[in-house]
Design a protein around this ligand. Structure first.
Ligand code: NAD
Length: 492
């Protein structure tokens, strides 16, 4: 059986010591490969390799680092289909969805090619007599990324494109559930001219994560995954003096006002609720139907849900694939029947009988807000509907939720939408847009329990995160005016 290897110092290497972990084909339910989880010693090796490569890479001219990113962009573009195919084969998402993931990742590489502009500092001539002050940004050193299963290509690109172009060296610990694409990306970086050791991959589980978290040579950690792990990474990493950005889970609400176009809102709810089988941190999980929008909206969603084609990525007609694992599928299914009125029961879909980890799309109306179905991040193809009478009640629901990743409002009323944008306690907001993932030249991040740390991911915040500021105050003295002065430096 195929081993999915580590990537250290510019080549793939077999794991030696740790536990063997299976990599499944979610469409068939069969094991297709395995990895040998990195031991602490192997993880240390990856960090040591990245540390050795750092001085040379940091010294590489900005234009050279950007050039590598330009070449990498061309290679990722040329290998779109191969990358998407690999994502689909281990994650289970449809090929079209995986191609969308690659396209959004590509935007981050394109952004990174512009880093020389973003790394320009400020300069103040004559801040005092004969004194100039200027600011520069410098890389941090070895930085690490720990990524989730649901975007195995895009989320690593959110991190390493900016980190590398800023002059850092990188250790990636991908999800152990769909690890292959990390090796393809590593090889494309090599082909793009990235020197050996600058980008490394350790396959594994929490052993590797804890080693990176405790390692004195890892300066910063970017994490994307579930909230409990994000909190742990943030608290442990920052206690150890590291810079950390840790993005967690979500429970995204889509508010539909009575004046909304019900057909368009239903299309959006179905696309955002069931796309990628609901395994997106920006998926819509709860539709909040305000006033008399509820009956026609639930009917329109139910009618569309019945038409979703569920099947393996190998079937070009499939619109929704399986879930990532059998345990996750069973956990998602366990929420059905526990609360509200089951309008569409995905367990009855023929694909739900297997093989593979399939679960048909489900719709539950009148979900009580104290039920686990409402409270938990379900992360599957289950859309909940909560009915409220007023905009104020809808807003309170969103704002009282412990998560604050994404939200959306559907209305024809520009004033209501603007008020929502102003009032809502959430990091990313859609106005008649259900999955408002920011383009790469903004930054991605939620509020509350969806993000621990100060800086969002990618875009301008990404450049800030992977560099630190230094301010230089310089005088080229005229010996004739030099004198001792014990007072605090004044500028006037
Ligand atoms: P996860 O938290 O289980 O795993 C994420 C990473 O952490 C993986 O690499 C995993 O190996 C590692 N990990 C898991 N448990 C660990 C532990 N106890 N100690 C140390 N490391 C551990 O998340 P997942 O199931 O892979 O991904 C789904 C979750 O990610 C969802 O909650 C989803 O909302 C979230 N997510 C959030 C965003 C965002 O931008 N906010 C984006 C994508 C996914």
């Amino acid at each position: 059986m195929r081993e999915i290897k580590h990537w250290i110092n510019g080549r793939a290497i077999s794991g030696t010591g740790g536990t063997r972990l299976p990599v499944w084909d979610p469409a068939t339910g069969e094991q297709q490969a395995y990895l040998v989880a990195a031991t602490a010693a192997e993880t240390d090796d990856a960090v040591a390799t990245a540390l050795t490569a750092y001085p040379e890479w940091r010294a590489a001219p900005l234009s050279r680092r950007a050039e590598v990113m330009f070449r990498f962009r061309e290679l990722v573009d040329a290998h779109r289909k191969e990358i998407a195919g690999l994502v689909s084969s281990e994650h289970g998402k449809t090929v079209a969805d995986a191609e969308g993931e690659v396209a959004r990742g590509l935007e981050n590489i394109e952004f990174a090619t512009g880093a020389p502009h973003l790394l320009k500092g400020g300069y103040s001539e004559q801040a005092s007599r004969g004194v100039d002050v200027y600011s520069i940004r410098q890389p941090l050193g070895v930085v690490a990324g720990i990524t989730p299963f649901n975007f195995p290509a895009m989320v690593p690109m959110w991190m390493f494109a900016n980190a590398l172009v800023c002059g850092n060296t990188f250790v990636l610990k991908p999800s152990e559930k769909d690890p292959s694409v990390s090796l393809l990306l590593a090889d494309l970086l090599r082909q793009a001219g990235l020197p050996d050791g600058v980008f490394n991959v350790v396959q594994g589980d929490r052993v590797a994560v804890e080693t990176l978290l405790a390692h004195p040579d890892v300066q910063a950690l970017s994490f994307v995954g579930s909230t409990p792990v994000a909190r742990h990474i943030y608290e442990t990493g920052t206690r150890g003096g590291k810079r950390v950005q840790a993005l967690g889970g979500a429970k995204n609400h889509m508010v539909v006002l009575p004046d909304a176009d019900i057909g368009a809102a239903a299309d959006a709810a179905v696309s955002a609720g069931y796309g990628s089988a609901g395994e997106r941190c920006m998926a819509i999980s709860v539709v909040v139907a305000v006033g008399d929008s509820a009956d026609p909206l639930v009917a329109a969603i139910a009618e569309r849900v019945g038409r979703i084609a569920v099947g393996p990525a190998s079937d070009p007609a499939a619109e929704m694939g399986p879930l990532i694992s059998r345990e996750h599928r069973d956990r998602v299914a366990s929420y059905l029947d526990t609360a509200g009125e089951l309008v569409v029961d995905g367990r009855e879909a023929p694909v739900s009988r297997g093989p593979g980890f399939f679960l048909g799309a489900s719709l539950v109306d009148r979900v009580p807000t104290d039920s686990p179905l409402y409270v938990d991040e379900v992360f599957g193809p289950v859309l909940s509907v909560v009915r409220v009478d007023t905009y104020a009640e809808a807003l309170r629901l969103v704002n009282d939720n412990p998560y604050g990743n994404g939200t959306a409002i559907f209305t024809r009323d520009g004033g209501a939408a603007r008020q929502f944008q102003y009032d809502v306690v959430c990091g990313m907001v859609g106005v008649n847009v259900p999955v408002p993932v920011p383009v790469a030249y903004y930054s991605f991040g939620g509020w509350k329990s969806s993000l621990f740390g100060d800086l969002h991911m990618y875009g301008p915040d990404g450049i800030q995160f992977y560099t630190r500021g230094k301010v230089v105050t310089a005088r080229w003295p005229d010996p004739a005016t030099s004198e001792v002065d014990l007072g605090f430096p004044k500028v006037r």
